[in-house]
Design a protein around this ligand. Structure first.
Ligand SMILES: O=P(O)(O)OC[C@H]1O[C@H](O[C@H]2O[C@H](CO)[C@@H](O)[C@H](O)[C@H]2O)[C@H](O)[C@@H](O)[C@@H]1O
Length: 248
């Protein structure tokens, strides 16, 4: 699918894993092609900066992956915000997940060979891509963990072969809503592309703002359309950037 762009000014919100880049066996095994970085750089300039990465990764991780490009971004499912690429990352999430919870999650991971813990301060993830059979048991153990720490008000956020523990006060929809009230996003029609259940609040936010929501790898009634895979998203973005480069 190659979506037609609406008339008038737009803004772009882009999920990262499974949308811009292909899923890899481990979080640190992803590949970001140089031409994707160049495409995003061109589009960021074309949109006067109204382009943001909206990811479950930390913004520091995004900067590392997309180096030398530094974009407006939201990280850790909305817990981190960077409203200007030249500014520092702000936390909007309150307290970090406690060290005790992280330690208990590491204990759980220790009893499931192949699982991997990723501590992102405002969320802690347990990846089971290399241990898919552990899914149900992990879900049960995580449920017991958050019930035993009810005061921390944590939720389980499922993603692609991963469970994350985070608070309910932030998500990608809140993050996009925060961007939309500020320059250079304000007054532009937002477009969000995402591939995961964790992107649902983002889809809802742009649709509520009169924008367009595109899924990747699946289709769902109510969304504006879908891309087959991240390569199709990259081709679409490259096409837009090419139009700019040729003055189209
Ligand atoms: O919101 P996103 O930008 O899509 O980030 C979601 C999570 O992405 C990463 O994990 C996922 O991608 C890994 C690399 O392809 C894969 O190995 C893993 O199974 C996926 O869950 C990242 O590690 C997480 O922190 C993000 O929340």
């Amino acid at each position: 699918m190659t979506p037609e762009l609406p008339n008038g000014p737009i803004s772009l919100f882009l999920d990262v894993d499974g949308t811009l880049i292909d899923i890899a066996p481990r979080p640190d095994a992803v590949v970001v092609a140089p031409h994707l970085i160049e495409t995003l750089n061109i589009l960021d300039r074309r949109l006067d900066g109204a382009l943001a990465l909206v990811s479950g990764r930390t913004i520091a991780d995004l900067d590392h992956l997309f180096h030398p490009l530094r974009l407006r971004a939201s990280g850790v499912h909305g817990a981190e915000m960077r409203f200007d690429a030249n500014h520092e990352t702000e936390s909007v999430a309150g307290d970090a997940v406690s060290e005790d919870i992280v330690a208990r999650l590491r204990d759980i991971a220790g009893s499931h060979v192949g699982t991997l813990v990723e501590n992102k301060r405002y969320s802690v993830a347990i990846h089971y891509r290399a241990a898919p059979a552990a899914r149900e048991e992990l879900a049960r153990e995580l449920q017991l963990l958050i019930q035993s720490e009810a005061g921390q008000d944590l939720r389980i956020l499922p993603g692609h072969m991963v469970f994350e523990l985070k608070r309910a006060t932030f998500d990608k929809g809140v993050a996009i809503g925060n961007f939309l009230t500020r320059a250079p996003f304000q007054g532009r029609r937002p477009i969000f592309c995402g591939d995961d259940v964790t992107d649902t609040p983002g889809f809802d936010a742009v649709l509520a703002a009169g924008g367009l929501a595109f899924s990747v790898g699946f289709s769902r009634p109510g969304l504006s359309g879908s891309f087959a895979d991240p390569a199709a998203v990259r081709d679409w973005l490259a096409h837009m950037a090419q139009m700019e480069a040729s003055g189209g």
